[in-house]
Structure formats: C-alpha cells, structure tokens
Design a protein around this ligand. Structure first.
Ligand SMILES: Cc1ncc(COP(=O)(O)OP(=O)(O)O)c(N)n1
Ligand SMILES: Cc1ncsc1CCOP(=O)(O)O
Ligand SMILES: [Mg+2]
Length: 357
C-alpha cells in the first residue's frame, strides 16, 4: 500500500509514541518493584499519562491507528546485536532511558508539522522525562551496600545463637551499639537453620542500616537476600562466588599475605579480611601475620580491609598504629561480660581523630 506523506508522519508518530510509552513503563516498574520508590514510580506514571493526554488532544487517534503497518515495517528486521543483550537491570534502565529520550524527541520534531502546541507539550514532557530518568539511573547505579561498607569500622562474626529470637535480639542490640557489619559464621547449624537465621539476621541488620554477610555460603547469602558472602582461600573462588551472589551483593575474601590481598582486589572483592593478626580463642592457627601485614595493606590496597584475629580492647591500638581503622572480631564481643559495652568501646577506639600537630 503506498504511503502518503501525511500518513508517513502519523506512522512515525505512532511508532515513537509506543516506544516512549513502553520505555516509561519499563522505568515505572523498576521504581515500583525494584526500588520500592513510590514517588519515582508515580513520576513515570504521570509522564505516561500526560503523554497519552497530549496525544489524545493533539493528534487524530484514528489516523494514528490507520497508519500502523507493523508487517510492512522494514525496521522490524533490522536489529543491532546489542539489542537482545542486557546483563544487568542497570543496562535495562539505561536502554529504556535512551529509548524514551529519542522517541520523545522524534514525536516533538514530527509533531511540529502537525500542531505547534502539541509539539510544545511534548517538549515539556521530554524535559521532565530527562530529569526523572537521570534520577532513576543514578539511584540504580549507586550500590548503597558499597557506600555502607566504605563507612564500616566494626565487623562482628556471630554464631546463630540459641534461637531465632535470641539471635535477632543480639543483632538489634549490637547494631545500636555500633556494630556496622554482622557475619553469620556457624559451622554447627544444618543448612535449613543457617538459611533461616540468615533471613532473620539480614532483616534485623537492615532495619538498623547495618550490613549482614554470610560466611562461606554464597548460595545461602543469595537465597536469604543477605548483603554478601565472605570466602576464604580454600573456599569458592571469587568468580564462582560472584556468579552466585550477583553484582549488587558484597564479596569479602580472607587474605594472609600482600600477594593474596592484591589478587583479591584483581578478582573483584569488595573488601578483604587480613589476618590472623594475633592469637585468639575462636580459631587456632600455626602462624600469625601481625600488624606488619596491616601496614603493607594500608599502603597499597584501595578497598576496605578489616584486621581480624585475637583483636580486643587491649590491643586495638596496635591495629590503629599500623594504619588500619577497621576490625573484625568475635571473642572481644561474644565473651565480654557486657557485649554491648564492649562493642561501644571498640567502636569508640576506631573513630579516627585528627592527631595533634
Ligand atoms: C572478615 C573476615 N575475615 C576473615 C575470615 C576468615 O575466613 P576463612 O579464612 O574462610 O575462615 P572461616 O571463617 O571460614 O573459618 C572471616 N570469616 N571473616
Ligand atoms: C574466623 C577467623 N579467621 C581469622 S581469625 C578468626 C577468628 C576471629 O575471632 P576472634 O576475634 O575471637 O579471634
Ligand atoms: Mg571460610
């Protein structure tokens, strides 16, 4: 069927309106279901609504529908190889944002040939869409776990406790006392109980804006929606753990030498554990790295590094003197007469203060 010039314009407009609406809907769903952000979701919904209203008022809907000729559209056969590839939700968002911007611009330009007032309305919608897309993209790219990790100083390795109730109560009390990261480390629990503790622990930590990591088990970390997993040198390799937990969860790796620390960075760790620094009651070792290793790490490693092993109030100053102000502990809090007080005191010791000059 030959296409009249006016019909071609309507055909372009129809395709672009559909594209813009689909893109807006894609972002609306992300804001609603992935970010639980009612304001952002509402913003995309009203953009969609305003676009539909502007089209209804400014264009002849019958002509739009009559111009549609999907089987005859030569463009449906042309596909870029990247068009079917989206390896993360961030890519989905970036693609949808680009589609919205382009299609609104097309509607505006071709709309000018029909009705200047309609084109001006679309221009306003386009500006609002730019702003909404930029805000959503920024939020999607910012991993709040990484931001929280960057600020964390006190990391506690904790077992599953006597019951779910006791476990969550401990996490809540210690989170208020200043523990920034909890790691569920319990080799005695069966998988089901470990998973259940991880679920309630992650929720309790999140309630107080703290992170919750699972020791050794990437599968349980992902299933329980924890913030990440911590693996040792003889456990899952970094790439395998990452494949299970995904890009948005944190990966911690134990390191015992500067080579291992550098490897961990290259392998994509978000943080490292450095130790064992001193002898402690929780786990026995044949050798200890001492504060000298911490000095090497603070001089050459850029990701957060937590000193671990036998650290308590009596020797935390040695860690700080080595240039490290992040510690991971078990016994210092677990075995204290007053664990909340012990956590508060450790946290105070880690606060960086401007030295007198
Ligand atoms: C923060 C942190 N650092 C080091 C370790 C030790 O991990 P690993 O060497 O795998 O030993 P286990 O904890 O699995 O016995 C850790 N768990 N956390
Ligand atoms: C799991 C682990 N890995 C190195 S040291 C350590 C135990 C930490 O516990 P504590 O602080 O009681 O020495
Ligand atoms: Mg381990």
């Amino acid at each position: 069927m030959p296409i009249l010039p006016g019909q071609a314009t309507y055909r372009i407009l129809d395709a672009s309106i559909n594209r813009a609406t689909e893109g807006l809907r894609t972002l609306e769903e992300y804001a609603r279901f992935a970010q639980d952000d009612a304001a952002a979701s509402g913003c995309f919904k009203s953009l969609r609504h305003d676009l539909t209203t502007a089209v209804g008022d400014g264009l002849d809907r019958q002509r739009l529908i009559q111009s549609r000729d999907t089987p005859g559209d030569v463009g449906t056969e042309i596909r870029e190889s990247t068009e079917y590839k989206r390896s993360s939700s961030q890519q989905v968002i970036a693609a949808a944002a680009a589609r919205i911007a382009q299609s609104l611009r097309v509607i505006e330009e071709y709309g000018k040939t029909i009705d200047a007032r309609f084109a001006a309305q679309i221009e306003q919608i386009r500006y609002r869409a730019y702003q909404a897309c930029a805000t959503l993209e920024l939020a999607a790219f910012t991993n709040t776990r990484v931001t929280q990790l960057a600020e964390a100083k006190l990391y506690l390795l904790i077992d599953g406790g006597e019951s779910e109730t006791q476990f969550t109560a401990s996490i809540e009390q210690l989170a208020k006392a200043g523990v920034d990261i909890f790691q569920l480390r319990d080799h005695s629990l069966d998988d089901r109980t470990l998973y259940e503790r991880a679920c309630v622990g992650a929720a309790a930590a999140r309630k107080h804006g703290r992170l919750f990591i699972v020791n050794d088990r990437a599968d349980i970390a992902a299933a329980a929606d924890a913030d990440g997993v911590h693996v040792g040198q003889e456990e899952l390799p970094a790439a395998a753990a990452r494949a299970i937990i995904g890009d948005r969860r944190l990966l911690g790796i134990s390191t015992h030498s500067i080579q291992q620390a550098k490897e961990a960075v290259d392998d994509g760790a978000d943080y490292i554990g450095c130790g064992p620094v001193f002898a402690g009651r929780t786990k026995q070792f044949d050798a200890y790295v001492g504060p000298a290793f911490l000095q090497q790490v603070t001089q050459s490693i850029s990701i957060p590094a937590f000193a671990i092993g036998g650290i308590d109030q009596s020797n935390v100053s040695e860690i700080i003197a080595a240039g490290c102000d992040r510690i991971a502990v078990t016994g210092a809090i677990r075995d204290a007469e007053d664990p909340v007080h012990a956590a508060k005191k450790l946290k105070q010791s880690l606060r960086w203060e401007e030295p007198n000059r």
